[in-house]
Design a binder for this molecule. Structure first.
Ligand SMILES: C[S@@+](CC[C@H](N)C(=O)[O-])C[C@H]1O[C@@H](n2cnc3c(N)ncnc32)[C@H](O)[C@@H]1O
Length: 382
């Protein structure tokens, strides 16, 4: 055999296990249009076929559904219907839309369970629309997704990278480095985080064992919403916030307005420098770790370990990859969000556990939270 023939010869066929052979057979079958038609009609497979068709269609249409929600938010449709249901002509007039287009939006919102249509033809809030009213920060999240969608206009280019600066990396300036951060560059994201923290704080604090602790330091604590709630629940706990200087300043103003100034110390700095204030026997990292690449997180956890007093507790709370029942939230949504932002990745609980172990922590355990889709929590001890 010549060298040339040796090079063109295909590699030896891999030895497939029975599971791989079964998957190859099954996928070949499912890909055939004739099989799809048959399965959609056959009694025993009809349900599965219909569910798969719907799931695939929803994947194709997801952007449209999100834009329907975006239009509702932009037009403040949920606010308009807050006092009660209205006739479609009135809604059209109030939204300044041609009547037939307003009806297109209203019917779409009904199909997505945001609105419901009453028997007299009026439209009112359904469960999901009412939930939007109760949580204004969801509307803020929806609005800021305009930047994410712009960055995802060419997802393959984003995946290939490196790309031009994305809109999300400008929105989250620390993703690109902390040197040039000014007060005006943190206002938008800090406000969004403060508004959405209301969802998270209660769930995390319900699961966080703080009794017996004397000082809680919240690293990347934003404007202090989490720490304020911790202080309200634990009146004897002293509080310390660490964040980038312009964010820590915003927190200081918020604590003063809330009458908490005497209980909280605000430190402005960057944890990239490796030095954290000492004296806390509990440290929280709420929605912080997933924003950073592995080397930064490893260094941050080592700095947290060094800053904690012996026996001190660290808590990482954030949405995690591989959360049962919410897998696309971690790996699809946060995976692509953080890619567009330019820093960090969603991590599974076992990956965070391994990182905590490497940083020297012990007694590492997951503490179940009320809504794991929004935040799961792992604690560990120094
Ligand atoms: C996604 S926000 C979360 C804020 C808050 N913990 C919450 O859950 O609402 C991440 C926070 O980490 C802060 N941060 C990012 N990089 C930092 C750094 N190098 N040093 C200190 N804080 C940093 C940001 O300013 C921001 O407040």
């Amino acid at each position: 055999m010549t060298a040339a023939t040796a090079r063109t010869e295909p590699p030896a066929a891999p030895r497939h296990g029975w599971r791989e052979r079964w998957l190859a057979f099954r996928n070949g079958l499912v890909a055939r249009p004739a099989f799809q038609r048959w399965a959609a009609g056959f009694l025993l497979t009809r349900g599965i076929a219909q569910r798969n068709t719907r799931a695939l269609f929803d994947l194709c249409a997801g952007f449209v559904y999100a834009q329907v929600l975006f239009a509702c938010v932009r037009l403040d449709l949920f606010g308009l219907l807050r006092p009660g249901p209205l006739a479609p002509e009135i809604i059209a007039r109030r939204l300044d839309l041609p009547p037939e287009r307003a009806l297109t939006l209203l019917k779409a919102a009904v199909s997505l369970k945001l609105l419901s249509r009453l028997s007299d033809g009026r439209f009112g809030l359904a469960d999901l629309g009412a939930a939007m009213i109760g949580n204004p920060s969801i509307a803020a999240m929806v609005e800021h997704h305009a930047m994410l969608y712009a960055d995802l206009a060419d997802p393959v280019a984003l995946l290939r990278g490196p790309s031009d600066q994305t809109r999300l990396s400008r929105y989250w300036p620390y993703a690109e480095g902390v040197e040039a951060i000014r007060p005006d560059s943190v206002a938008a994201y800090s406000g969004l985080m403060a508004a959405s923290q209301a969802f998270i704080a209660g769930d995390v604090l319900d699961a966080l064992p703080l009794s017996g602790r004397t000082c809680l330091m919240d690293i990347g604590g934003g404007e202090g919403v989490f720490l304020s709630e911790a202080g309200r629940r634990h009146p004897n706990l002293s509080l310390c916030l660490f964040d980038l200087p312009p964010v820590a300043e915003r927190a200081r103003v918020r604590f003063a307005a809330g009458g908490l100034a005497s209980r909280v110390t605000c430190h402005g700095g960057s944890f990239l420098d490796g030095n954290l204030p000492t004296g806390a026997d509990a440290i929280s990292l709420v929605r912080v770790v997933h924003d950073h690449d592995d080397d930064v997180v490893e260094a941050l956890l080592r700095a947290v370990h060094a800053a904690l007093s012996p026996g001190g507790l660290v808590a990482i709370a954030e949405p995690m990859a591989g959360t049962p029942g919410a897998e696309p939230v971690g790996d699809a949504y946060f995976g692509f969000y953080l890619l567009a932002m330019g820093s960090g990745r969603p991590r599974r609980a076992d990956e965070l556990t391994a990182m905590l172990t490497r940083a020297g922590f012990t007694d590492i355990r997951e503490r179940p939270t009320r809504r794991p889709l929004l935040a799961r929590m792992i604690t560990a001890k120094r």
